[in-house]
Design a protein around this ligand. Sequence first.
Ligand SMILES: Cc1ncc(COP(=O)(O)O)c(C=O)c1O
Length: 460
Amino acid sequence: MDDKERIAGILNGYRGEIMAKCPKSLAIWHKNRSVMPAGVGSVFRLSDPFPMVIQRARGARIWDADDNEYLDCMLGFSVMILGNSPEEVEAAIREAMPRGTHYGQCHEHEYEFARLFCDMVPGVDKVTFCNSGTEATMYALRLARATTGRPLVAKFEGGYHGAHDLLAVSYGRPRPGLDLSGAIDDPAAIPESHGLAEGAWQGTIVLPFNHPAAFDKILRHADRLAAVIIEPAQGAAGAIPADRDFLAELRRITHQIGAFLIFDEVITGFRLAPGGAQEFYGIIPEVSAFGKVAGGGLPFGAVGGTADAMRLMEYDLEPERSILMAGTFNGNPMVTAAGMAVLNRLSSDPGLYARLNAMGDRFWVEINQFAQEGNYPAIATGVGSMFAMHTLPGPVKSVRDLRAGNGAASAGLRLLFRKNGLHITPSHGFMSTAHTDEDITRLIEIYKAAMKELRTQAIW
Ligand SMILES: Cc1ncc(COP(=O)(O)O)c(C=O)c1O
């Protein structure tokens, strides 16, 4: 038996243990499969050895259909910043429900919700609501192209901005043989899906993240570039924050060429600070895309920006130039009620972000110290309450660096986390206000135990 087979045998053993404790979850997933492709509603729910099937969630815990309890650091992909099933959000939905769950028309509570965005986020004078982060980035780009009259947009390698055709390019989600190509300082555009519209993703320039060559590439396309979109801290790529200087230079250069800087704040918005990454970094984009946290656990997206940048959504004032932005469910009253409950809490508790971000700090410090002392080729990354650990000694400045990771160890960590009761995405995790110090101790212990196990098994 060669070493590959030996390691595969050990990983299969972990898979067997997970499946043995989840007979009901497996049965539900198989049943779902008979009527849903792959049995999942989103490709990101696929998981090794099979998708998690959830029964209920409360606070910092989540339970699968077999009643196994997990410490929840996935939090619905970052959404549940107050923990699962927060009382004030449930109460707000209960209170709003008798007035009707959907109108498809304007209502009074849109003002209060939009007002919170404008008050909390420095770069938002006006905001409009949609139903997902994907829609939000799509509209933000459309606005930029219409305003500047230019055809191209640029994104960063590793950046994930949703599933629509323009940006389903080079996000490098963790997968075997991470498919990135082109020189490190001049990445190629790699379509992330079959069936993308002709000409759509080809109009997207891919830039190297945290690399000064990005600015030369922007300048090369300056005349035709409508916008540069960036996650100020890349999430799905593995919790990789942009360097402050890098963001500042990006702001300078987009101003210089007259292109929009678009912050994708779908993860960072209301998570890093009340005003998101733009407050945290002190850099104001023309337009931002929001989602996740701000919808209070219901489907949500939003586009907000300066009054000038949002001008082409003033349909009656700009009938000749305005963009198409429409949606049956935009501003749904259940969503505005849930979102408002979250934003009210986030804006009214002065110590909340300090506490949240201190949990992230503790994770990086303790994991990096443990890795260093134990000589593990590992590095923790992240910013605020978003975190990750990678199976390489670091540093990690972009998704390219992750190619030096140990694939078997990464797979082993994911399986051990699940086997040992941690619910987390394959690439990054999140903390909520429901997480206690004991929960963070437990999180760190689960990481350390998994690292030790992989060393004992000579996998890492
Ligand atoms: C940074 C970022 N932008 C956009 C999106 C897309 O949001 P949604 O899944 O709500 O369409 C995501 C989703 O994970 C995201 O992480």
